[in-house]
Design a protein around this ligand. Sequence first.
Ligand code: HEC
Ligand code: HEC
Length: 99
Amino acid sequence: MNFMFAILFIFMLTGCGSAELNEGENYGNLLNTSGGLTLNQSKHELGWGNADCTICHNLENIHLVNRTGTATNITAVHDRAISEGISGCAACHGNNGVP
Ligand code: HEC
Ligand code: HEC
């Protein structure tokens, strides 16, 4: 493969120049839901009582867009969730019904 094709190929793989941006999981502004960031059974029926968040949530695919209308640094939240893993979720989202 010559050099130009190699460059073109890399742009294709990385989606460079494409308008498709991954905004990840989206449930709107959580601060407008009952309890805000804190989970409760009625708005989290499928996941309630389950400590193993990553069965259903890919940490790379959440905290990509700040929909709170506040000055939240969503990149910092994203990085923190990945570095702390599921033991860190409760600090912001409550214990999810896990004793
Ligand atoms: C069995 C799958 C499953 C597990 C496990 C799970 N979730 Fe969820 N979660 C969902 C689904 C599905 C939604 C979308 C909202 C809905 O339909 O309940 C959701 C939505 C959410 C939301 C947005 C809720 C809102 O206010 O609208 C948060 C925050 C969340 N999950 C955090 C967590 C955390 C933290 C854990 C681990 C303690 C977890 N989830 C475990 C399936 C799961
Ligand atoms: C430092 C606080 C903080 C931590 C720690 C945290 N979150 Fe979040 N989470 C947020 C905020 C802020 C939002 C965005 C709410 C919005 O935009 O309305 C959010 C949104 C979400 C959503 C909804 C989808 C989205 O991307 O907006 C899910 C699902 C979620 N968090 C799961 C988790 C899981 C699982 C963990 C642990 C691995 C975790 N969170 C750790 C603050 C946190």
